[in-house]
Ligand binder design. Structure first.
Ligand SMILES: C[S@@+](CC[C@H](N)C(=O)[O-])C[C@H]1O[C@@H](n2cnc3c(N)ncnc32)[C@H](O)[C@@H]1O
Length: 458
């Protein structure tokens, strides 16, 4: 790939861990044809013993980095640096040591509980970065870095930092805006490289949180059916039934778990196939299906148009729903059916609080849906929605279970208590939230959507 620019350039990426800055800075520099300097190249500052030793480590690190940059500046090198969270004085020093050329600060910011921030991503061929959520870092008792002083506010100006422009990048929504002035040609190239890095992330990261999902279901598999009411609830299971032609039809259960959704179809004589990301769960589905495959909903190991019906129960929130439904559309035959069943936010008004509640009680979820969200996604994939079925039930959980889950990044007692305050202030009466000794209960709302792939593709 030929470099986009030929002039010397210094670009400094900053942001909390978990903001994807390593990934984006690495890809961005590749596209621009720049040298990429990871922050760890200047020494590790993880787990310092105390505030004092942290300060020494940070100062040593930045002096090393400044020395390196001075040399590179003499060589007129194009440099992109993954600078971690450096305070404004250090950023100023970094820019000052580079000779006259365009200098740019890119601040990556993710929403504190951003799902994206939790991904384990491959940042370069040489390293694997475990991305913790920003909030977990801020709340962690072992975090000794003063976040508020390390991450300056949006009010800073390029002049204060001695650079030409500051780009604020929102890595939750992949939006960005520029402050300051850059040569129009360079700005265009930078925009192109940034978009390229985003697109690459979107396209290659098909493993959205999947490692954690796999581990979770591996642990859960022996007691999956006993631990929560909805899973074996017969009314909910009966809502998955659609009339199929009177022959042995091919049914695909995507995210099959232990095969509960398929059981009735198998009993009716249909050929059910389960596919699940977790081998431990797929094994348990085997008695309820014709065969149980291990695979991802984003890359189904089946030919086009090979199924009369696809079932997706309580799985889309763990993955990228648009891609998963596109894949489903591909493997369902024209005129074939799709049944999607999920616990949902009862309305768009309660969605934010439901989302907050689910984020802390089920940190592996990537998102929550309302009925309208699901209908939109299903239609976007090309299916026509035929029928909507509703249900609700009381779900109970123990605080012990919660304690177990709150070890996940982004969760914890502090966010849990924060959302509890809102619930007890009456902001989500539909949840009917109650605490009973070591248990808490709430009403869970379900929707089951029956859809069909059109006979003729428009
Ligand atoms: C809550 S369980 C639901 C299982 C089953 N559908 C049921 O109704 O009991 C979610 C299942 O989806 C699986 N899963 C999550 N993400 C997946 C993906 N991207 N592709 C395939 N399976 C996935 C999990 O391993 C887990 O078994």
């Amino acid at each position: 790939m030929s470099p986009l620019i030929s002039q010397p350039l210094l670009v400094l990426f900053t942001g909390l861990p978990g903001t994807l800055k390593t990934y984006i800075s690495c890809r961005f520099s590749q596209r621009l044809g720049c040298m990429w300097l990871p922050s760890f190249a200047f020494g590790n500052i993880k787990e310092p013993e105390n505030e004092n030793s942290l300060q020494i480590l940070r100062t040593t690190r930045y002096y090393r980095c400044i020395d390196t940059l001075k040399t590179l500046s003499l060589l007129s090198a194009r440099v992109v640096m993954d600078g971690g969270f450096m305070d404004p004085i250090l950023q100023h020093q970094v820019f000052a040591c580079y000779s006259a050329c365009p200098k740019l600060l890119i601040r990556c910011e993710a929403e504190p509980d951003s799902r994206l921030a939790r991904l384990r991503i491959r940042a370069s061929d040489a390293m694997d970065v475990e991305q913790a959520s920003a909030e977990s870092i801020i709340n962690s008792p072992t975090t000794k870095i003063k976040i508020d002083q390390a991450v300056p506010s949006n009010t800073e100006t390029p002049a204060e930092l001695g650079c030409d422009a500051i780009i604020h990048v929102d890595t939750t929504h992949f939006k960005w805006h520029i402050k300051g002035t850059l040569d129009a040609g360079l700005q265009e190239k930078i925009a192109f490289a940034l978009e390229h890095a985003f697109n690459e992330f979107r396209a290659t990261d098909k493993t959205f949180g999947h490692d954690a999902v796999k581990r979770n279901f591996a642990d859960l598999s022996p007691c999956y059916e006993e631990t929560t009411e909805w899973r074996t609830n017969t009314t909910l299971l009966a809502q998955l039934r659609v009339d199929l032609p009177k022959r042995a039809c091919n049914v695909l259960d995507i995210g099959s778990g232990t095969g509960l959704a398929s059981q009735w179809y198998t009993e009716q004589g249909h050929n059910c196939v389960g596919v699940d990301l977790s081998p431990q769960m797929s094994v348990r589905a085997a008695p309820r299906v014709l065969f149980s495959a291990f695979g991802s909903a984003l890359d189904l190991p089946f030919f086009d148009a090979s199924f009369d019906l696809a079932l997706i129960r309580q799985m889309l929130h763990y993955t990228e729903p648009t891609l998963a439904l596109q894949e489903t559309f591909r493997v369902v035959r024209a005129g074939g059916f799709l049944v999607v069943s999920a616990a949902i936010a009862l309305s768009d008004e309660v969605k934010p609080i439901w989302e907050e509640f689910k984020n802390v009680t089920q940190p592996l979820r990537l998102r929550v849906f309302s009925e309208a969200d699901l209908i939109k996604l299903i239609k976007q994939a090309g299916f026509a929605v035929l029928e909507t079925r509703h249900n609700n039930l009381i779900r109970s959980e123990s605080f012990d279970q919660l304690e177990h889950r709150t070890t996940a990044p982004g969760s914890g007692w502090v966010p849990f208590l924060r959302v509890m305050e809102k619930i007890f202030a009456g902001l989500a009466p539909q949840l009917e939230f109650k605490v009973n000794e070591n248990m808490f209960t709430y009403r869970q709302y379900w929707v089951t959507l029956v859809a069909q792939k059109p006979l003729v593709n428009h």
